[in-house]
Write a protein that binds this ligand. Structure first.
Ligand code: FAD
Length: 436
């Protein structure tokens, strides 16, 4: 292997530096490893149970709030921007005829929409370029919430210790029941998504009935109707095509990224859809059926005894697709955790840092989550009993801009003193206020 590029890391007050293990090498886990490394902590390893990552998922958005942090940590965000959807605008349309209801810059929503697998590859390369060890096929099966160092046990039987263990292990997190002290079952959001991602065939591209949204490079469109909506976007200049239909769900689809969907059911759902997009949807051969599950907001993100096992990303703040902020909020959480660990002077105070981290992050992630719920509800309600009523374009626009001009690290440093006082008081009295 050639020599790795050098990355500047910030000074840490801890000598030797705090050690960290990150569980999960998804976008959240990669961001955590990069942020901890940037702030001078020692990342012992990033563990993932998967042996090899495939190009999993489909479209995912990253906002400016995430890019600004990644850039500060020395990541070349142009690598992401280059492979994202290049359309300047997106259009919100009426379900049955495609009439444009509102057009706004793509920046108002996702920032950059790209393939999750492609973005993930870039994140993984950033971690590896820093010399951080990513251990694939390493499944964590147990936790010991012990002081001063918690530990984890791998399926192989190996036991690993660190000053802090970051559980970025996704929506079905194994660490979450440990942190909560009980199992929290997924709660149906009442909706599910059919989603498909494919390269249209040459015949489909040549067919004027199917190709309306494959003609001029990248595009992003939404069709909204009563209690359902369809998102369409392209990638690689129109070479790849993605559609996602969010619809009412009263069935028992398992919570999975890999559940095969029923195209006959999709064809039934889109019978009333604008014919100019319906053609390519009904011509699709396969789709996935993804039940959108909620987790109730958690009362804590930190383990109860050592306070040194912390949740991050989807394990504690999963988002609806309409928020387009799941990965970006995980990046913010990574920055805040890394910063908090440098506000304490001694490693015996790690619990002060982790308790401050959850207090600093919780309100912001809730606001971002509910922003996605608000958009879904506005879209699904906009055309109910529409008749000849005019739709106010503002009422269906995406309202994500306020999330972008925010430096999560700067906010954490600015509010540190105030939050630390609360945490100190709670730890002294033993009366810890739950996050919700
Ligand atoms: C397969 C898949 C497809 C997705 N597709 C999309 C999509 O198309 N669009 C979108 O917006 N979002 C998608 N997401 C969600 C999106 O990636 C996340 O919302 C966001 O990136 C934050 O992710 P995270 O890192 O917190 O969790 P995740 O992306 O879920 O990553 C968690 C990681 O932890 C690993 N892991 C879990 N348990 C263990 C364990 N016990 N031991 C070791 N490792 C463990 C998993 O293998 C996984 O790699 C997808 C997630 C997954 C897992």
């Amino acid at each position: 292997m050639g020599s790795l590029p050098a990355y500047d890391t910030l000074p840490t007050p801890h000598d030797p530096p705090l050690t960290a293990i990150v569980i999960g090498a998804g976008l959240g886990g990669c961001a955590a490893a990069i942020a901890l490394h940037h702030h001078g902590h020692r990342v012992l390893c990033v563990l993932d149970k998967v042996r090899v990552f495939g190009r999993l998922g489909d479209s995912l958005g990253l906002g400016q709030n995430a890019f600004d942090l990644l850039e500060k940590w020395g990541c070349d965000v142009e690598e992401i921007k280059r492979i994202g959807n290049q359309a300047p605008n997106m259009t919100i349309r009426r379900w049955h005829d495609g009439k444009p209801l509102a057009t706004q810059p793509l920046m108002d929503m996702a920032g950059y929409i790209g393939h999750r697998g492609d973005y993930h590859d870039v994140f993984l390369s950033w971690v590896r370029n820093r010399g951080i060890d990513i251990r694939m096929g390493s499944e964590v099966v147990a936790f010991e919430d012990t002081y001063p160092q918690p530990s984890i046990t791998l399926k192989s039987g190996d036991i690993l210790h660190a000053d802090i263990i970051v559980a970025a292990d996704g929506i079905k997190s194994l660490a979450r029941p440990l942190v909560l002290g009980s199992k929290d079952d997924p709660k149906s959001s009442g909706y599910a998504c059919y989603r498909a991602f494919f390269k249209p065939t040459a015949a489909q591209r040549a067919d004027d009935f199917l190709n309306k949204y494959m003609r001029d490079g990248d595009c992003v469109n939404f069709w909204i109707g009563p209690d359902l909506h369809l998102v369409q976007n392209t990638l690689r200049g129109g070479e790849e095509f993605n559609w996602i239909i969010t619809h009412k769900d009263d069935g028992d689809v398992p919570e999975s990224w890999f559940q095969e969907g029923d195209m006959n059911e999709v064809r039934r759902l889109v019978q009333t859809l604008d014919p100019e997009i319906r053609g390519i949807v009904t011509a699709t051969e396969h789709c996935l059926d993804w039940k959108i599950c909620y987790r109730e907001p958690l009362c804590t993100w930190v383990s109860p005894i050592s306070h040194r096992i912390v949740l991050l990303g989807d394990s504690c703040h999963a988002h609806l697709p309409t928020s387009a902020q799941g990965a970006s909020q995980a990046v913010e959480s990574a920055g805040v955790l890394a910063v908090c660990l440098n506000q304490i002077e001694d490693r015996s105070e790690v619990r002060v840092a982790t308790k401050a981290y959850e207090k600093l992050r919780f309100p912001r992630t809730r606001a971002s989550q509910t922003n996605g719920e608000d958009l879904r509800d506005r879209w699904h309600g906009a055309l109910k009993g529409e008749g000849e009523r005019q739709i106010d374009p503002e009422s269906v626009k995406i309202r994500n801009r306020w999330l972008y001009a925010f430096d999560a690290e700067e906010d954490a440093v600015g509010r540190w003193g105030e939050v630390r006082r609360v945490v100190d008081e709670e730890l002294k009295s033993g009366v810890v206020k739950p996050l919700c």
